[in-house]
Design a protein around this ligand. Structure first.
Ligand SMILES: [Fe+2]
Ligand SMILES: [Fe+2]
Length: 252
């Protein structure tokens, strides 16, 4: 309250970058990433019903990634942060090739995996696994965060998305390796394109861009506090979603 009455507490560019970088790194210890779901996912192959539940809910959220990035673009003011965000969106949309849109590649992988597990062709649109309430909440609430009238909050949510994505994809890929026996060896790696393109380069660049975008959006303690609200808000939604998925698997 005192800070509001006293006006913005100015931070230098170096101070801001340090603060924002530390915030970004802290995602590694957040329950969105330190989560028992990942331990289970990586520890062993799950049965088809459990994989279907994970696939359905994970895809529902990942499919909306370009929407979140586009909302971020609309709700940030600075021209250089907007340019970086367009670069991110261009990646997500397959550099203009529909077949290379990330969600298209992910759908292909998940449907192949489920088809192998079930022994017949599976379409994600037709599986019985439900979209869990926390998945719907994650999609709706995150789109609110990415549309915030406070550009710092938008940039915080974007930084959370991009900084949690790299370790998340490493964990998801390590878990996917539990199903390698369902594929030929080369075939397995061909099918893992979604993971390799993220782990290999894309997400590393998105981390760098989202960090500079976030740092450029802040020049005061108050800005950093807004950034943190968006950052933590998105990570909390992700953590709650993994918790519900984890509990739903245990209840199967
Ligand atoms: Fe992606
Ligand atoms: Fe990304």
């Amino acid at each position: 309250m005192t800070a509001i009455l006293d006006g913005p507490t100015h931070l230098t560019t170096d101070q801001t970058f340090e603060r924002v970088h530390a915030m970004a790194r802290s995602s590694a210890d957040h329950p969105a990433l330190k989560h028992p779901f990942y331990e289970l996912w990586m520890s062993r192959a799950l049965d088809a019903d459990a994989v279907e539940l994970v696939a359905k809910n994970y895809f529902a959220r990942v499919q909306r990634t370009p929407i979140r990035i586009a909302l971020a673009f609309l709700h940030m003011a600075d021209v250089s942060t907007r340019a970086e965000t367009v670069d991110n969106l261009f990646d997500e949309m397959g550099h203009g090739s529909a077949a290379k849109v990330h969600s298209v590649i992910l759908r292909g992988f998940l449907e192949t995996l489920l088809s192998r597990l079930r022994g017949h062709g599976v379409s994600l649109d037709e599986v019985r696994a439900p979209i869990l309430p926390s998945t719907t909440r994650l999609i709706e609430e995150s789109e609110r965060l990415f549309s915030s009238p406070h550009p710092q909050k938008v940039c915080g949510a974007l930084m959370a998305q991009e900084w949690h994505a790299y370790p998340q994809l490493v964990y998801m890929y390590e878990g996917v390796r539990n199903y390698r026996h369902l594929f030929g060896l080369e075939e397995f790696h061909e099918n893992c394109e979604y993971f390799y393109l993220h782990i290999g380069a894309t997400e590393k660049e998105h981390k760098v861009h989202s960090l500079s975008t976030a740092a450029k959006s802040c020049s005061s303690e108050q800005d950093v506090a807004q950034l943190e609200e968006g950052f933590t808000g998105y990570l909390d939604l992700l953590a709650a979603n993994w918790t519900e998925i984890h509990e739903a698997i245990a209840a199967l």
